[in-house]
Design a protein. Structure first.
Length: 258
């Protein structure tokens, strides 16, 4: 019993120390995320730029299709349907999808291609309206009904600038006011709300400059976040290994506990 007490005391102290480090690193990730959002807001909300309703900047909005799918990713040659989470975090994730059953005929008009602008129309309050530019999409991927595909008038607004503008606090504030839903876990925005969004529209040359600055800033931020996440994974693995080593007698904790 005395040895059990020594092991428990040792592990209580060490795991608490590791958990504290993990919490601090997760807090740092949160701060980096807030900093990236602040950089977008600073770049996008220039008072000197004219503001236009999104309806004048779009050729079309398309809502997708959500048949009953299989809970797995596609095999080569199969069709799939993207999940709403594919646009979270302003980065397109091609692996957020489900496989279309072989007996279901794909609706090819919803096939997603690189360069498309996709927006989450139904999600949690925090993720509602998340928008990303499609890059690296897998073949035969279809748009689901919880996503909008926006077709911008590229002579007026570049797709990459539109993505940053829609992820800014300016746009998100407008969407939150108009969102509908019984709970924060599932909110919706209609096409009329999207078309009515008021966005800053600088000249296209300036749009490219802003996009380059923000792309560089986000790349730096995401690199730092990836490093911190790797450190968290290492700490969690060390925590698990330490517990195993202590309870199986691979390390003698009696001296350490005292």
């Amino acid at each position: 019993l005395g040895e059990q007490h020594s092991i428990a005391s040792f592990l209580d102290f060490e795991t608490a120390r590791i958990d504290s480090l993990v919490a601090r690193k997760r807090g740092l990730i949160s701060l980096l995320g807030e900093r990236m959002c602040a950089e977008i807001d600073t770049e996008i909300t220039c008072e000197a730029w004219p503001r236009l309703r999104l309806r004048y900047l779009l050729l079309d909005i398309q809502q997708g299709w959500s048949p009953q799918c299989e809970r797995r990713t596609v095999e080569p040659g199969e069709w799939g349907v993207l999940k709403v989470g594919c646009v979270n975090g302003m980065a397109f994730n091609p692996w957020e999808h489900k496989a279309l059953p072989a007996n279901e005929t794909p609706r090819v008009e919803y096939e997603v291609r690189d360069g498309d602008v996709l927006m989450s129309r139904a999600n949690t309050r925090e993720l509602l309206g998340s928008t990303a530019l499609v890059s690296g999409v897998l073949p035969h991927m279809l748009l689901c009904d919880k996503l909008y595909r926006l077709r911008p008038r590229t002579a007026m607004i570049k797709p990459s600038f539109l993505v940053f503008a829609l992820n800014s606090g300016l746009a998100r504030g407008q969407m939150e006011v108009e969102a509908t839903g019984a709970s924060d876990s599932m909110q919706n925005i209609g096409q009329d709300t999207v078309r009515s969004l008021l966005l800053p529209v600088p000249p296209t040359a300036e749009q490219r400059t802003v996009v380059q600055r923000l792309t560089d800033a986000l790349r730096r931020g995401r690199t730092l976040i990836a490093r911190i996440e790797a450190q968290i994974t290492g700490l969690q693995e060390h925590r698990a290994a330490l517990i195993t080593a202590a309870v199986t007698g691979q390390i003698d904790v009696r001296a350490k506990a005292t």
